[in-house]
Write a protein that binds this ligand. Structure first.
Ligand SMILES: Nc1nc2c(ncn2[C@@H]2O[C@H](COP(=O)(O)OP(=O)(O)OP(=O)(O)O)[C@@H](O)[C@H]2O)c(=O)[nH]1
Ligand SMILES: [Mg+2]
Length: 176
C-alpha cells in the first residue's frame, strides 16, 4: 500500500476539519462556510458543507489522502461519495455535545457496511471541556452491540494525537 485514502467523519464540531488541518503537509482544501444554522453549530462560526482534503506522508513513505466529511446530517449525501475507495475510517465524537453516545451510534450505523469490511478507529474529542461520559461508557456501548473498535481520547488540535490515531488505524488495516 503506497497510497491510502482515509476518511474522517463524526458530528459537527467534533474536530474533523481541525484534525486534518493539524496534520496535513499541504494547505487543506476545505469548503467551510459561515454557519447559518445556529442550532447545530452554535459553538463555532464555520461548518463544512462538502469536504476537507489534506495529505500526510508517513515515515515509511506511505502517502495518506485525508478526507473529512461534513458533520451536519443535511449534507449526508457527501458521506457516500467520500467513503468510496477509502481504506479506513476515523470517527470523531465531541464529548461535550448533548448526546455523544448517540452521535457515535449514528455514525456506526451509517458506515456499518464499511466498518465491517475494512476498519475504523474512534477518537473522543473535547474531553477537557466535558470529561463525561467517560471512555468506559463508549466501550460498554460497543460491547452491547458486539463491536470491537479501538477508542482514543484525542484533542483534534494536537498533531501528535491525530497522528497517533492514524497510526493505530493503519496498523489495524495492515495487520488486523
Ligand atoms: N477544547 C477543545 N477544543 C477542541 C478539541 N478538539 C477540537 N476542538 C475545537 O473544536 C472545534 C471543532 O471544529 P471543526 O474542526 O470545524 O469541527 P468539524 O468536525 O469539522 O465540524 P463540521 O464541519 O461542522 O462538521 C474547533 O474550534 C477546535 O479548535 C479538544 O479536544 N478540546
Ligand atoms: Mg468540518
Amino acid at each position: 500500500m503506497s497510497e491510502i485514502k482515509l476518511v474522517f467523519t463524526g458530528s459537527s464540531g467534533a474536530g474533523k476539519t481541525t484534525a486534518i488541518t493539524a496534520i496535513s503537509e499541504i494547505p487543506v482544501i476545505n469548503t467551510d462556510v459561515r454557519a447559518t444554522d445556529l442550532t447545530t453549530t452554535q459553538r463555532k462560526s464555520k461548518t463544512t458543507v462538502a469536504m476537507d482534503y489534506g495529505e500526510l506522508t508517513l515515515e515509511d513513505g506511505q502517502k495518506l489522502r485525508l478526507y473529512g466529511t461534513p458533520g451536519q446530517q443535511r449534507f449526508d449525501y457527501m458521506w457516500k461519495i467520500l467513503i468510496k475507495g477509502a481504506l479506513g475510517l476515523i470517527i470523531l465524537v465531541d464529548n461535550s455535545g448533548p448526546d455523544p453516545i448517540g452521535d457515535l451510534a449514528r455514525y456506526i450505523d451509517n458506515f456499518r457496511g464499511f466498518i465491517a469490511d475494512t476498519g475504523a478507529v474512534i477518537g473522543i474529542s473535547r474531553m477537557d471541556i466535558s470529561p463525561e461520559p467517560a471512555l468506559q461508557r463508549y466501550y460498554d456501548y460497543l460491547n452491547e452491540r458486539g463491536i470491537q473498535l479501538p477508542i482514543f481520547p484525542v484533542d483534534a488540535r494536537s498533531r501528535d494525537n491525530i497522528v497517533m490515531l492514524i497510526h493505530a488505524l493503519v496498523a489495524m488495516l495492515e495487520y488486523g
